[in-house]
Ligand binder design. Structure first.
Ligand code: ADP
Ligand code: K
Ligand code: MG
Length: 397
C-alpha cells in the first residue's frame, strides 16, 4: 500500500505530463539532490545596500547571476523537505505548493547562463512571474495544515510547526532576494531595492495603525485608540517586513480590547457607553546601541493559561472557539450579529499565522519577538529589531 502511494505521489508531479518518463524524473531528482548539497550564500542588509547603492548594468547582471544560482539551492532544500512529509499531508493545497516550488526550481535552473543585459532583463521578467505565482503560498499552507491536522487526529500526533517555520523562513529569504533584484531596476528616494535605508519605525506604526483601524472598523464597527510614546531613529530595514509585524500585533491587540470591553457589554446602552471608553493600546518605542524595541501593550484581558502555550502554533486561533462558545449561550444579541460578520478567513483574525509569522519576520534580520500575558488584564508584545544592519539573513534557507 505504502509503495503504491509513493509511486502515485512521485508520478503526480508537474512536468510528468511533458516528459512522462522516468528519465525526466531522474534528471530532476539528481538536480534537486545536487543543489541541496550546496550551502546558501547569506547577506546582511548593509551588504545588500552596499552592493545596490550605485546600480549599473554590470551590477544588475551580477545580481541576476547571484539569484540565478541561489534560488535553486534554497528551493531544493524545501523540495526535499516537502517530499519527506507523510503522503496524506502532501495532498491538496500542500501538493500545489510543491508543484509551484518544483516549477520555480526547474524554470530558474534551466534559464540560460546570464551574460548580457538582454539575458538579465528576461530573467527579471521570470522572477516577477515567480513572485506572483507564489503569492498565495501562506494561504495554501494554512489551508493544507488545517486539512492535515484534521486527518491526523485519527492517525497520529502530527506536529508540523517546525516544518512550517522552515518553509516560511525560507520563503521570506527567497522572496527577499528575488524582489531585491527586481526592485534594483527602480530608483526610489531612500531605497536600495526593497530596503529603506532610513526606515522609520514610527512611520511604519502610523501606517499599520491606519490600516488596522480600517479593518477593525469594518469588522466590529468600532476602533481602538493608540497612544505612542518614545522615539527612535531610523533603521536600515525592509518596510514590508515591519509592516507585517506591526499590523498583525495591532490587529491582535484591537481584537482583544474590542472583545473584552465592547462586546461583553450586553445592552445597547452599555454598547454606546463603552464605545468611547475603550482602553488605549499603548506603544512604546525605545532604542539602545544595537536594537530598536517596540512594545505594544493592550488591556484586552490577556490570554487564558490553557491557551497561552498554543498562541505561537501555526493555525491556532481562538476565532472558532469564541463563535462556538457564543452559540452555546442564549441571546447574544448584538454580539451574535457582529461575530457572524467575522469570517474565518477574514482579515482581522482567524488564520492563526499572525504571531508565529511575525516572530519569523522579526528574527529574519536578527531581531526577536516575545509575548507576555497578564491573565485577566492585558498583553504586552516586545519586538526587538537590529539597527546595525550587520546581521546575516535568516537561519533557514
Ligand atoms: P489569529 O489572530 O488569526 O487568531 P494569531 O497567531 O495572531 O492568530 O494569534 C493566535 C491567538 O492568540 C489569537 O486567536 C488569540 O486567541 C491569542 N492572542 C494573540 N494576541 C493576543 C492579545 N493581544 N490579547 C489576547 N489574546 C491574544
Ligand atoms: K497562532
Ligand atoms: Mg492575529
Amino acid at each position: 500500500m505504502r509503495w503504491q502511494r509513493l509511486l502515485l505521489w512521485r508520478f503526480s508531479r508537474p512536468f510528468s505530463q511533458q516528459a512522462s518518463t522516468t528519465d525526466y524524473l531522474t534528471v530532476h531528482d539528481n538536480a534537486v539532490a545536487r543543489y541541496a548539497k550546496k550551502e546558501p550564500r547569506k547577506n546582511t542588509i548593509n551588504q545588500l545596500i552596499q552592493f545596490g547603492k550605485h546600480i549599473n548594468e554590470q551590477k544588475l547582471i551580477q545580481s541576476a547571476r547571484f539569484v540565478h544560482q541561489e534560488l535553486p539551492v534554497r528551493l531544493a532544500h524545501r523540495i526535499i523537505d516537502l517530499r519527506s512529509l507523510p503522503y496524506y499531508v502532501v495532498c491538496g493545497p500542500i501538493k500545489r505548493i510543491y508543484d509551484v516550488y518544483v516549477e520555480a526550481f526547474e524554470s530558474v535552473r534551466n534559464f540560460r547562463k546570464i551574460q548580457d543585459s538582454a539575458d538579465e532583463k528576461e530573467f527579471t521578467v521570470l522572477l516577477k512571474h515567480l513572485v506572483d505565482e507564489s503569492a498565495n503560498v501562506v494561504e495554501l499552507l494554512a489551508h493544507g495544515l488545517r486539512l492535515a491536522l484534521l486527518k491526523a487526529s485519527e492517525r497520529e500526533h502530527l506536529d508540523l510547526d517546525s516544518f512550517v517555520d522552515q518553509m516560511l523562513m525560507s520563503r521570506i529569504g527567497r522572496r527577499m532576494i528575488a524582489e531585491q533584484h527586481v526592485m534594483l531596476h527602480e530608483s526610489r528616494p531612500g531605497f536600495v531595492g526593497v530596503i529603506n535605508t532610513n526606515c522609520s519605525p514610527r512611520e511604519c506604526l502610523d501606517i499599520a495603525y491606519q490600516e488596522c483601524s480600517r479593518i477593525c472598523f469594518r469588522q466590529y464597527g468600532v476602533t481602538v485608540p493608540v497612544q505612542i510614546r518614545g522615539s527612535v531613529s531610523t533603521i536600515p530595514y525592509i518596510p514590508y517586513h515591519l509592516h507585517y509585524i506591526l499590523l498583525e500585533l495591532l490587529k491582535n491587540a484591537m481584537r482583544a480590547v474590542v472583545e473584552k470591553h465592547f462586546f461583553r457589554s450586553r445592552t445597547q446602552k452599555d454598547l454606546l457607553l463603552s464605545k468611547d471608553s475603550l482602553p488605549c493600546i499603548e506603544v512604546l518605542l525605545t532604542q539602545g546601541p544595537k536594537q530598536v524595541t517596540i512594545r505594544i501593550s493592550d488591556q484586552g484581558g490577556g490570554i487564558p493559561l490553557d491557551i497561552l502555550p498554543n498562541v505561537f502554533r501555526y493555525g491556532f486561533s481562538t476565532v472558532n472557539r469564541l463563535r462556538e462558545e457564543q452559540q452555546q449561550q442564549e441571546g447574544g444579541g448584538e454580539w451574535d450579529l457582529l461575530v457572524q460578520r467575522q469570517s474565518v478567513d477574514g482579515p482581522m483574525a482567524g488564520l492563526g499565522f499572525g504571531l508565529p509569522l511575525s516572530k519569523l519576520y522579526a528574527q529574519y534580520f536578527g531581531g526577536s519577538l516575545q509575548l507576555v500575558s497578564m491573565d485577566g488584564y492585558g498583553t504586552d508584545v516586545y519586538v526587538h529589531l537590529d539597527r546595525t544592519g550587520d546581521v546575516l539573513e535568516g537561519v533557514e534557507i
